[in-house]
Design a binder for this molecule. Structure first.
Ligand code: LLP
Length: 387
């Protein structure tokens, strides 16, 4: 829901652009922090969801850590002011240069995804005279019941170390001179709305944790990843994710010894709702059976609908809720691909060339996944933080 003043401010700008409601972001961050603090949980923000500078600054200011998946993300996190001891470097394909840079920054921990990666980090740490703190990303084989393109915790995908490889890891860690095992790490997928899935994760983490402890490893950190979903259908009614319900599950079902830390890597739940893609109608095409609105934003600005058939609520900000002339439109972009479509048969007030259109809940995996396909222009985001 945007105020009249905000819509007027949109109208004065060149479209398309991303809009970030920083006040809503602040509220979301405090809700998350409050819920996590209740149990002494630590949250690292999964920077891949949105690395916009203002967004990162707001997140850093509230004391979150950063979960990074590239050398550039590590560098950016440090630049923005995240303390190095709250920076984690994850990812299935870290290059030697990226590993060395992260070692030089003395980051908190590497989440390691294979036995070979352990060997490489050990060797590089030896070369630069450091000890690398590592956590093993273990594939828990837990189904997240989310979109198949964003599920990651099942055995057949490329992420994480499979459970049958754990003896080899344990053996290697016992001899590796430049590695220090901080803990174990899991991530089962994204946009998880059925919270009972996290209970299954806890049960598996408890088993794997016991396996390590029985072999004499003292795990200081249990990192259970991210994945908490948001409500894309009703962005105004449910604009803050259910952080309390989520953390409560881990508090209830995860066994932790005194002094053992529980870490989370939330991306989407922190930033999705505060962002919208603002666009204008370029053309209205009326067919016999179908009506199309052609927008000046396309899959190049927001790829999720084209890539995952993801739903984003679409609103005509110029017309508001005009009920008596409601019309169903296929809302498409200007890109020469038939998947360049934001929504089919979307019910909107009768719309015209020049109308402002908002595509909601686009703060996570929106701008960061944009591309220059068709030599598109990159626009500057717009921010508001009302007091
Ligand atoms: N930790 C790891 C190891 C991850 O791979 C991810 C996301 C996260 C944490 C953060 O997950 P979140 O809390 O945001 O669900 N582009 C897709 C989502 C890809 C998620 C990739 N990994 C989308 O637009 O839905």
């Amino acid at each position: 829901m945007f105020s009249k003043e905000t819509i007027a401010a949109f109208g004065a700008r060149k479209t398309p652009f991303y809009f970030y409601d920083l006040a809503l972001l602040d509220d979301t961050l405090s809700a998350c922090k409050k819920a996590a603090d209740q149990y002494g949980f630590h949250v690292h923000y999964a920077m891949k969801a949105n690395f916009n500078h203002e967004v990162l600054k707001a997140i850093q200011a509230q004391g979150f850590g950063a979960d990074c998946v590239s050398g550039n993300e590590v560098k950016k996190a440090i630049e923005v002011g995240f303390p190095a001891d709250k920076v984690v470097f994850a990812g299935v394909g870290k290059s030697d240069d990226e590993i060395i840079a992260a070692l030089q920054f003395d980051i908190f921990c590497f989440n390691v995804e294979s036995v070979q990666e352990l060997c490489v980090i050990n060797e590089l740490a030896g070369k630069v005279g450091k000890t690398a703190r590592v956590a093993l990303r273990i594939n828990p084989n837990v189904d997240a019941y989310t979109h198949h393109n964003i599920t990651t915790g099942l055995e057949e995908n490329k992420f994480g170390i499979n459970q049958w490889e754990l003896p080899a890891c344990a053996e290697y860690l016992n001899t590796a001179e430049h590695l220090w095992l901080e803990g174990i790490h899991f991530h089962i997928g994204s946009q998880i709305t059925n919270l009972t899935v996290f209970k299954s994760l806890c049960i598996r983490v408890n088993e794997i944790k016991t396996w390590f402890e029985e072999r004499g490893f003292n795990l200081r950190v249990l990192n259970v990843g991210g994945g908490l979903g948001v409500d894309y259908m009703e962005p105004d009614q449910n604009n803050i994710a259910n952080f309390s319900g989520y953390f409560e599950i881990f508090n209830q079902f995860l066994d932790r010894k005194l002094g053992q830390e529980v870490h989370f890597e939330l991306g989407r739940a922190l930033v999705a709702h505060c962002g919208s893609l603002i666009s204008r109608v370029l053309y209205v095409k009326n067919g016999i059976k179908k009506h199309f609105l052609v927008l000046d934003a396309g899959m190049t600005e927001l790829m999720r609908p084209a890539l995952y058939q993801a739903y984003h609520k679409i609103e005509n900000l110029t017309r508001g809720d005009i009920k008596e002339h409601d019309q169903k439109y296929d809302i498409v972009g200007p890109i020469c691909e038939s998947t360049d479509c934001f929504g089919k048969e979307v019910q909107l007030g009768e719309s015209f060339r020049g109308d402002l259109i908002a595509i909601r809940t686009a703060g996570a995996y929106g701008d960061v996944m944009s591309s220059r396909y068709n030599l598109r222009e990159q626009s500057e985001p717009f921010y508001l933080r009302k007091s």
